[in-house]
Design a binder for this molecule. Structure first.
Ligand code: CMP
Length: 141
Protein backbone atom coordinates (compact mmCIF):
# COMPACT_ATOMS: atom_id res chain seq x y z
CA UNK A 1 0.00 0.00 0.00
CA UNK A 2 1.06 3.60 -0.52
CA UNK A 3 2.24 4.83 2.89
CA UNK A 4 3.99 7.69 4.60
CA UNK A 5 6.59 7.42 7.33
CA UNK A 6 8.47 9.91 9.49
CA UNK A 7 12.25 9.93 9.26
CA UNK A 8 14.72 11.91 11.38
CA UNK A 9 18.38 12.39 10.51
CA UNK A 10 19.84 12.65 14.01
CA UNK A 11 22.47 15.13 15.31
CA UNK A 12 25.38 12.69 14.84
CA UNK A 13 24.69 12.28 11.11
CA UNK A 14 24.10 16.02 10.62
CA UNK A 15 27.47 16.67 12.35
CA UNK A 16 29.15 14.13 10.03
CA UNK A 17 27.79 16.10 7.04
CA UNK A 18 26.02 13.10 5.50
CA UNK A 19 22.50 14.58 5.19
CA UNK A 20 22.64 14.33 1.40
CA UNK A 21 24.02 10.79 1.38
CA UNK A 22 21.19 9.63 3.61
CA UNK A 23 18.48 11.44 1.61
CA UNK A 24 19.97 9.88 -1.52
CA UNK A 25 19.45 6.38 -0.11
CA UNK A 26 15.77 7.13 0.42
CA UNK A 27 15.44 8.39 -3.15
CA UNK A 28 17.40 5.50 -4.69
CA UNK A 29 15.06 3.09 -2.89
CA UNK A 30 12.07 4.75 -4.55
CA UNK A 31 10.82 6.71 -1.53
CA UNK A 32 9.76 10.28 -2.26
CA UNK A 33 10.44 13.15 0.16
CA UNK A 34 7.09 14.92 0.53
CA UNK A 35 8.05 17.23 3.44
CA UNK A 36 11.29 18.20 5.14
CA UNK A 37 12.75 20.67 7.64
CA UNK A 38 15.93 21.21 9.63
CA UNK A 39 15.50 22.25 13.23
CA UNK A 40 17.00 22.30 16.70
CA UNK A 41 14.70 20.30 18.98
CA UNK A 42 13.81 21.80 22.37
CA UNK A 43 13.81 19.38 25.32
CA UNK A 44 10.03 19.65 25.45
CA UNK A 45 9.65 18.78 21.77
CA UNK A 46 12.07 15.81 22.05
CA UNK A 47 10.42 14.51 25.24
CA UNK A 48 6.99 14.69 23.62
CA UNK A 49 8.18 12.88 20.53
CA UNK A 50 9.66 10.02 22.57
CA UNK A 51 6.91 10.01 25.24
CA UNK A 52 6.42 6.24 24.85
CA UNK A 53 9.99 5.74 26.17
CA UNK A 54 9.56 8.03 29.21
CA UNK A 55 10.00 5.23 31.77
CA UNK A 56 12.96 3.63 30.00
CA UNK A 57 16.42 3.98 31.61
CA UNK A 58 17.85 5.53 28.44
CA UNK A 59 15.22 8.30 28.20
CA UNK A 60 17.35 11.15 29.58
CA UNK A 61 20.36 10.22 27.44
CA UNK A 62 18.09 9.97 24.39
CA UNK A 63 16.66 13.47 24.98
CA UNK A 64 20.15 14.88 25.71
CA UNK A 65 21.41 13.42 22.47
CA UNK A 66 18.47 14.48 20.30
CA UNK A 67 18.81 18.08 21.55
CA UNK A 68 22.63 18.17 21.15
CA UNK A 69 22.47 19.69 17.65
CA UNK A 70 20.20 20.16 14.65
CA UNK A 71 18.19 17.36 13.10
CA UNK A 72 16.56 16.99 9.68
CA UNK A 73 13.01 15.69 9.75
CA UNK A 74 11.30 14.38 6.63
CA UNK A 75 8.17 12.59 5.53
CA UNK A 76 8.84 9.76 3.09
CA UNK A 77 6.11 8.46 0.81
CA UNK A 78 6.04 5.24 -1.20
CA UNK A 79 4.92 1.62 -1.37
CA UNK A 80 5.20 0.11 2.13
CA UNK A 81 7.21 3.17 3.20
CA UNK A 82 7.37 2.20 6.90
CA UNK A 83 9.08 -1.15 6.29
CA UNK A 84 11.06 0.15 3.32
CA UNK A 85 12.59 2.85 5.52
CA UNK A 86 13.29 0.40 8.34
CA UNK A 87 15.08 -1.90 5.89
CA UNK A 88 17.23 1.00 4.72
CA UNK A 89 18.07 2.02 8.32
CA UNK A 90 19.05 -1.42 9.67
CA UNK A 91 18.88 -2.53 13.31
CA UNK A 92 18.58 0.09 16.09
CA UNK A 93 21.95 -0.99 17.47
CA UNK A 94 24.50 -0.29 14.70
CA UNK A 95 26.58 -3.26 15.89
CA UNK A 96 23.67 -5.47 14.79
CA UNK A 97 22.83 -3.55 11.61
CA UNK A 98 23.24 -5.43 8.31
CA UNK A 99 26.06 -4.32 6.00
CA UNK A 100 25.03 -1.57 3.61
CA UNK A 101 22.32 -0.15 5.87
CA UNK A 102 22.39 3.49 6.98
CA UNK A 103 23.19 2.60 10.58
CA UNK A 104 25.94 0.13 9.63
CA UNK A 105 27.54 2.78 7.44
CA UNK A 106 27.06 5.97 9.49
CA UNK A 107 26.14 5.18 13.12
CA UNK A 108 28.40 4.98 16.17
CA UNK A 109 26.27 3.58 19.00
CA UNK A 110 22.71 2.75 20.00
CA UNK A 111 22.23 6.40 21.06
CA UNK A 112 24.07 8.05 18.19
CA UNK A 113 22.42 5.82 15.59
CA UNK A 114 22.12 8.31 12.71
CA UNK A 115 18.40 7.97 11.94
CA UNK A 116 14.96 7.40 13.38
CA UNK A 117 12.06 5.88 11.45
CA UNK A 118 8.47 5.21 12.45
CA UNK A 119 7.95 1.58 13.55
CA UNK A 120 4.37 1.15 12.29
CA UNK A 121 1.72 2.91 10.21
CA UNK A 122 0.03 4.01 13.45
CA UNK A 123 3.25 5.56 14.84
CA UNK A 124 3.87 7.15 11.46
CA UNK A 125 0.53 8.96 11.52
CA UNK A 126 1.25 10.34 15.00
CA UNK A 127 4.87 11.22 14.26
CA UNK A 128 4.16 12.93 10.92
CA UNK A 129 1.53 15.17 12.49
CA UNK A 130 3.86 15.86 15.47
CA UNK A 131 6.22 17.69 13.10
CA UNK A 132 4.19 18.75 10.08
CA UNK A 133 0.90 20.54 9.44
CA UNK A 134 -1.16 19.17 6.53
CA UNK A 135 -0.24 22.14 4.34
CA UNK A 136 3.49 21.45 4.84
CA UNK A 137 3.18 18.06 3.12
CA UNK A 138 3.32 17.95 -0.68
CA UNK A 139 1.92 14.67 -2.08
CA UNK A 140 3.86 13.56 -5.17
CA UNK A 141 2.18 10.33 -6.16
P1 CMP B 1 14.89 5.56 17.78
O1 CMP B 1 14.40 4.78 16.63
O2 CMP B 1 15.09 7.01 17.58
O3 CMP B 1 13.89 5.34 19.02
C1 CMP B 1 14.31 5.45 20.37
C2 CMP B 1 15.80 5.57 20.49
O4 CMP B 1 16.32 5.30 21.76
C3 CMP B 1 16.47 4.55 19.59
O5 CMP B 1 16.30 4.94 18.25
C4 CMP B 1 17.90 4.58 20.13
O6 CMP B 1 18.69 5.58 19.53
C5 CMP B 1 17.71 4.97 21.61
N1 CMP B 1 18.07 3.90 22.54
C6 CMP B 1 19.03 3.96 23.46
N2 CMP B 1 19.10 2.82 24.16
C7 CMP B 1 18.16 2.00 23.66
C8 CMP B 1 17.74 0.67 23.96
N3 CMP B 1 18.31 -0.06 24.93
N4 CMP B 1 16.73 0.13 23.22
C9 CMP B 1 16.12 0.85 22.26
N5 CMP B 1 16.48 2.13 21.94
C10 CMP B 1 17.49 2.69 22.63
Amino acid sequence: ALERTLSIIKPDAVAKNVIGEIESRFEKAGLRIVAMKMLQLSREKAEGFYAEHKERPFFKDLVDFMTSGPVVVQVLEGENAVIANRDLMGATNPKEAAPGTIRADFAQSIDANAVHGSDSAESAAREVSYFFADDEICPRS
